[in-house]
Design a protein around this ligand. Structure first.
Ligand code: SF4
Length: 307
């Protein structure tokens, strides 16, 4: 990572969600890890940096599925032939085995961005072989749902020029503050812009979904220069094989912007220096709820006395 990088303030749905869960976790995630990639980083900063990259099984599954679909859609958008489902499943299974091996050997402590680190290995959480197999089967299931769907067939037939974005970091500004996001996929469909989102989690509830979809719609309106009634947001639940379509109204967009403004001002209020985006750790309270802390990547540095 470039050592001259500056930690600038930006807002995102995930940042907001971490902030609401625990301010100290937010500190570790967005400030405390900064510079942990440098050779002369303090041991604690290095530790926070490594822990920040850990994934649990659910986020691991999500990332594997998202990466795989993104590779395929990028190939389609470039006119490159795509692999068949069996080959995709076999490559993905091998990648998961590789991740698992690296994680058990804790190679991520040497290179946290090069090697996968799983929360369960770092914290010696007991996971049975059957549970690990279930994770691999969940990935297979999500990928089969996607690649065998009519929606995928439509992606395959779509002319490359109709792809607008596939999993790329994007941003836009509200009141001078940068809002960051990564759309799973955005395409043109007739006169509409369709923003796609893949859901890989098993939970029914989708906290923050309307906020996320609102951000996507606002970004699409701004970037692709379309009216709101020409923006469709679709969420494809890959566990259940269900497609949810969300319509965004001007009213829900206004509510979303009001929420975002409030969230930004809560975050900015904790900054020591707004221009420099600098903070002091002790200003970020600890939630200290065992059910939250026991699933937190930063447990080791924050609550070393918890089991
Ligand atoms: S261990 Fe608990 S208090 Fe500490 S950062 Fe994580 S959630 Fe917050």
């Amino acid at each position: 990572m470039n050592p001259t990088l500056k930690n600038t303030f930006s807002w995102s749905v995930s940042r907001d969600s971490v902030f609401r869960v625990c301010p100290r976790k937010y500190f570790f995630n967005y400030y405390g890890h900064w510079g942990g990639w440098l050779k002369d980083a303090s041991p604690r900063t290095r530790q926070v940096y490594v822990l920040k990259q850990l994934k649990n099984r659910a986020t691991w599954i999500g990332q594997i599925v998202h990466d795989c679909i993104a590779r395929t859609l990028r190939n389609i958008s470039r006119g490159v032939p795509v692999l068949g489902l069996d080959e995709i499943l076999s490559i993905t299974r091998n990648l998961m085995r590789q991740d698992y091996r690296h994680s058990t050997k804790k190679r991520y402590w040497q290179n946290p961005r090069g090697y996968c680190g799983l929360f369960e290995h770092e914290y010696d959480i007991e996971v049975t072989d059957a549970q690990w197999r279930n994770a691999a089967e969940d990935v297979d299931h999500c990928l089969k749902t996607f690649y065998q769907s009519e929606h995928y067939e439509r992606f395959r037939r779509l002319p490359p020029a109709e792809f607008l974005e596939v999993e790329q970091f994007s941003s836009f500004y509200v009141d001078g503050f940068e809002l960051k996001m990564k759309l799973d996929c955005a395409i043109r469909e007739d006169e509409n812009v369709v923003v796609w989102d893949w859901k890989t989690g098993k939970k029914e509830s989708d906290t923050g979904l309307s906020l996320q979809m609102g951000c996507y719609a606002l970004y699409a309106k701004d970037t692709f220069r379309v009216e709101l009634d020409k923006i469709l947001t679709r969420r494809f639940d890959l566990h259940r094989g269900i497609l949810h379509e969300h319509s965004i109204t001007q009213r829900s967009l206004d509510e979303m912007i009001t929420y975002v403004r409030g969230s930004i001002s809560d975050m900015v209020a904790l900054l020591d220096n707004v221009e420099e985006n600098t903070v002091r750790e002790d200003r970020f309270t600890k939630v200290e709820r065992p059910e939250v802390c026991l699933t937190c990547n930063f447990l080791r540095v924050c609550q070393p006395r918890l089991p």
